[in-house]
Unconditional design. Structure first.
Length: 100
């Protein structure tokens, strides 16, 4: 008897947004699917969505951390999406609204 297949994680802007909100409790978050601009490039799945994303984020957990450490928190949070086909992630760490 074979094991049931594990559910496939949908690599969508909405799913990434929900996951980041739950993991990092951001004060500001925008997730943009830029896959269509990368059609034909490495990592493209040929559909025009689900492979290349931009994340603009501010989160309390970034306070006192370097940009690299903040990026690591984002990468750690989206690891399931990377494993499911997310090929490229551009991260823009925004200033916290309280720091502005």
């Amino acid at each position: 008897m074979s094991e049931p297949a594990a559910p496939t994680l949908a690599v969508t802007a909405e799913a990434i947004d929900a996951h980041l909100r739950a993991a990092l409790l951001p004060s500001a978050l925008e997730v943009i699917d830029e896959s269509a601009a990368h059609m034909g490039h490495a990592g493209s799945n040929g559909t025009g969505f689900g492979t290349h994303f931009r994340v603009r984020i501010a989160a309390p957990g970034f306070t006192g951390r370097t940009r690299v450490a903040s990026h690591r928190l984002v990468y750690d949070a989206v690891r399931p999406f990377l494993d499911a086909g997310l090929h490229a992630l551009a991260i823009e760490v925004l200033p916290s609204p309280s720091a502005a």
